[in-house]
Design a protein around this ligand. Structure first.
Ligand code: SF4
Length: 244
């Protein structure tokens, strides 16, 4: 959930932020390789065993009072503005935990001014509100599989996933450790009604050797299914360095 961080003074729209960084390349999914800035919000409703951003939610391993800060939306927008990228990726943690917070709509509208594009990365457990759909150019929805260690009833919310399909703005990115995970993807794709051409399969891993080996293992099986492939460009370039 959204961690308990002290509120700003009354009247100031603010959100709990982990980090803002860029410009860098979007490393995953539909927009791989694009020049982008990232806004990473705090908190998550899942606890994936291989999470690459546990510092947004895991208070057993990180001091969240040091990792997270409530920042005025105006400051977030100015920070993004100064980075000068045409694409902003709003990520987490789970950013849609914030969509009922005051300041969310202001943030989305601000991130789409002056021709900028907004992409939201989400785990797909929360359906997007109409305001979120209206102000977002695309969603990268990443439902978690059994190997994440999260209970199925928490990680797979069919109605929320269908809402993303119905938005017409979503691609679905599955983090896969081996070919043995692909039947689970197939079942979810069929059950929810996700068009195969909107599916991206991405190897799990935080080192270039693992990413390359798993990519080679997965490639033919992905092609046979009519799915797309996503690498992890930032891992190939910079391993698991933060703010990349
Ligand atoms: S949903 Fe994403 S941010 Fe949340 S625990 Fe899983 S990998 Fe980490």
């Amino acid at each position: 959930m959204v961690p308990m961080i002290p509120k700003q003074a009354t009247g100031v729209e603010s959100l709990v932020v982990s980090e803002i960084f860029g410009p860098t390349f979007q490393g995953e999914g539909v927009s791989t390789g694009r020049h982008a800035s990232f806004v990473r919000l705090g908190g998550c409703d899942l606890h994936c065993s291989w999470c690459d951003s546990p510092y947004t939610w895991d208070s057993s391993r990180f001091d969240l009072r040091a990792e997270l800060a409530r920042r005025p939306v105006a400051d977030i927008l100015q920070d993004v503005d100064e980075r000068g990228a045409a694409l902003t990726v709003l990520t987490g943690g789970e950013p849609l935990l914030h969509q009922r917070q005051r300041g969310w709509g202001t943030l989305l509208r601000g991130l789409t001014t002056r021709g900028r594009e907004l992409e939201i990365e989400t785990n797909g457990t929360k359906a997007p509100d109409p305001e979120t759909v209206e102000n977002t150019h695309r969603f990268t929805v990443s439902p978690k599989l059994a190997h994440s260690g999260d209970p199925q009833e928490m990680r797979v919310r069919p109605n929320a996933l269908k809402a993303f399909v119905d938005s017409g703005k979503a691609s679905f990115k599955f983090v896969v450790a081996s070919v043995h995970d692909l039947p689970e993807v197939d079942l979810l794709v069929t059950t929810v009604g996700i068009p195969p051409e909107r599916v991206w399969i991405m190897p799990e891993g935080t080192g270039s050797d693992v990413i390359l080996a798993r990519s080679q293992e997965l490639a033919d099986s992905i092609l046979q299914r009519g799915y797309n492939f996503s690498s992890r460009l930032h891992v190939l370039l910079w391993a698991d360095e933060r703010k990349r």
